[in-house]
Ligand binder design. Sequence first.
Ligand SMILES: CC(=O)SCCNC(=O)CCNC(=O)[C@H](O)C(C)(C)COP(=O)(O)OP(=O)(O)OC[C@H]1O[C@@H](n2cnc3c(N)ncnc32)[C@H](O)[C@@H]1OP(=O)(O)O
Length: 417
Amino acid sequence: MNSLEARPVTESEFADWLRAVNTGFLRAPTPSDEEVAGRLPHMDLARVQGVFDAGRCVATFRSFAQELTVVGGATVPADAITNVTVSPTHRRRGLLTRLMAADLAAAKERGDVAATLIAAEYPIYGRYGFGPAAWTTEWEIDIPRAGLDPRLSGASARDGGRIDLVDTPEVRKLGPALHDRLRARQHGVVSRGDRWWDLTTGNALFPNDNWTEPFHAVHRDAEGTVDGLLVYRADDHWGDAKQPLNRATVRSMIATTPAAERALWHFLCSVDWVTTIRTGNRAPDDLLPLLLPDPRAARVVTHADFLWVRVLDVVRALEARTYAVPGSLVLDIHDATGLTAGRFHLDASPAGATCTPTTRNADIALDVRELGTLYLGDESALRLAALDRIEELTPGAAALADGVFRAGRRAWCPDVF
Ligand SMILES: CC(=O)SCCNC(=O)CCNC(=O)[C@H](O)C(C)(C)COP(=O)(O)OP(=O)(O)OC[C@H]1O[C@@H](n2cnc3c(N)ncnc32)[C@H](O)[C@@H]1OP(=O)(O)O
C-alpha cells in the first residue's frame, strides 16, 4: 500500500490514466490517440488524480467545478466527482478512501459548499458522507393505451405556442440559455459547460464514439420564446404483419413551463410509427403520467437514487436554500471526517434562513450523509427518524424538520456526469 503513489497525473500520463478509467468501467481499455488529444485540453489536471503501481495507473479519480441548484433557485459551488475507478488487481485496499479524503479536503479548502456525484452502486459513497439527494424515474409509455386522439398532431400546441424541429447548430445556440432558465427554477439541476453542449450536439466527437444525430424539437411559447427542448431517437421496428412498432427513446427533455412539457410529450406521442416511448431520466413527480388521459399507459421501468450530495459547509449550504415553512431547529451534525461536525442553529423561512454554530441543546442529531439526503428537500425527516437515521432529541422536532426541509416539487438532476 505504501509503495502505491497517489497524485495528480501529468500530461504524459493521461493516456495511461484513461486506460485505467476504461478498465474500471469495463470498456475496451486502450484509448485512441485522437481520444487522448481530444480530451486532454478539457481536463484540469490538478484535479485528475491517479494511483500508480510500478509506473502503471491502477486507480483514477477526477473532480471539476460545478454549480448545483438548491431549493429556491440559488446555486452553490460544488465539487463534482467522476471517473472513480480502482483496477480489479487493486480493489479493497483503501485506494478509493484515500483519493476521496484528499479530494474532499481540497474541496473544503477551496470553499465548495458540497460535493456531488452519480453513484455507480448504492453501497459505495455513504461512508464518505454522501446521501442520495435526488432520485430518477423512467417510464415506458404504451401510446395506443394512452387515450390521446391519434388524429391530432402534437405540433399544434393548444397554448398558442408551436413546435419546430431544429438541427444541432441551432440547439447548440439556444440550448445553454434555456438550460440556464431551467436551473434557476429546478432544484437538483447541475451546470452544463460548453463541452457538454459540444459533445451532445456532435460538435466534438471522438473517432470511436458512436454518436448518431438524434431528432431535436423545440417548443416556443405564443411570444416565440423557446421554453422546451426535446431530444429523441427512434428505432426501426416493424411487426410481422407490417405494423409499425417503433420505439422512441428520449435522450433529454427540458422545459421551463408546464405548457411546454405538455406540448412536447403530446408531440412525441403523435409521431407516426412510434408506438412506445422510453422517457429517459425524469423526476419521480414528473407531470408526464398525468398528462396522458390514461396515466396507466406509462409504466415505471426504473426508480432509483441518482444524484448524491455531500455537504462540506453546513452554514453556507443551509443559508443558500429556502424552506417550505418557518421553523427554528438546532441540528447536531456528526461527521466522522470532522469536515462538518458541529451543532448549528437553523432559523428557516420561505424567504431564506440564517444558520449559526451554537452551543444550545440540539433538537435532532444526524450524520452528515442524512443532511445530504435532506438537503434538496426530497426526503422525509420523519421517514429518516423512523429508520433511526435521525435522532429526535426534542419531542416533535422530527415532524418540524420534515415540514421545514421538504420541498413542494421533487429534486431532479437531468444529467449524468
Ligand atoms: C462517481 C463515479 O465515478 S461512480 C463509479 C464508481 N466506480 C465503479 O463502480 C467501477 C468499479 N469499481 C471500482 O472501481 C472500485 O471497486 C471502487 C472504486 C468502487 C471501490 O474502490 P476500492 O479502492 O476497492 O474501495 P476501498 O478499498 O477504498 O473501499 C472502502 C470501503 O468501501 C467498500 N466498497 C467499495 N466499493 C464497494 C462496492 N462497489 N460495493 C460495496 N462496498 C464497497 C469496501 O468494502 C470498503 O469497506 P470497509 O471500509 O468497510 O472495508
